[in-house]
Design a protein. Structure first.
Length: 168
């Protein structure tokens, strides 16, 4: 008998945005969220993304093959540079099971690059766990962007509102 969560992996990374301006960064963010939500839903991947101070932080969860394929696409994506794989490890259960890709508002995190620098983030399990916990904590505090069209996961409906973090 297979255990619940068997075969699940968590991949955590940080990277720098290549956008030359704040407007372009918002455009890139909108594109990344739109594409990753569609791809992840089809691949059985869940997770969360943040962009603060020019630094992306992302957690991907799912079966190893699709998670690795998603990360390989991210590595080739010209909107990122200086990718740092913080963690890739088996997990017993998903932390972001209802979200193909949640977005954690940057005001909930201060500047992610400062958090990374001053919190002892280095590649490894501990860094991945810290970033995963930070995003999960902020997500549970409802500092997230609504799903496309304003719909939130069924267990956490939100009122439809505009998306101030990605307006161009």
């Amino acid at each position: 008998m297979k255990r619940p969560g068997a075969g699940l992996y968590r991949l955590v990374y940080a990277s720098r945005s290549c956008a030359p301006s704040a407007a372009m960064e918002r455009r890139h963010l909108r594109e990344i969220l739109e594409i990753s939500r569609a791809r992840n839903a089809g691949a059985g991947i869940t997770g969360a993304l943040t962009l603060a101070g020019g630094t992306f932080g992302q957690v991907l969860e799912g079966s190893l093959g699709p998670v690795e394929a998603a990360f390989e696409r991210i590595e080739r994506d010209g909107r990122h540079r200086d990718l740092l794989l913080l963690d890739l490890a088996p997990i017993p259960a998903r932390s972001f099971g209802a979200w193909p890709m949640a977005f954690v508002l940057p005001d909930a995190l201060s500047r992610l690059d400062e958090v990374v620098q001053h919190s002892g983030f280095t590649a490894g399990v501990r860094a991945g766990e810290r970033l995963q916990a930070l995003l999960c904590d902020r997500l549970c505090a409802r500092r997230t962007l609504p799903f496309p069209g304003g719909a939130a996961p069924p267990h956490r409906r939100q009122t439809k509102r505009s998306d101030p973090a990605v307006k161009g």
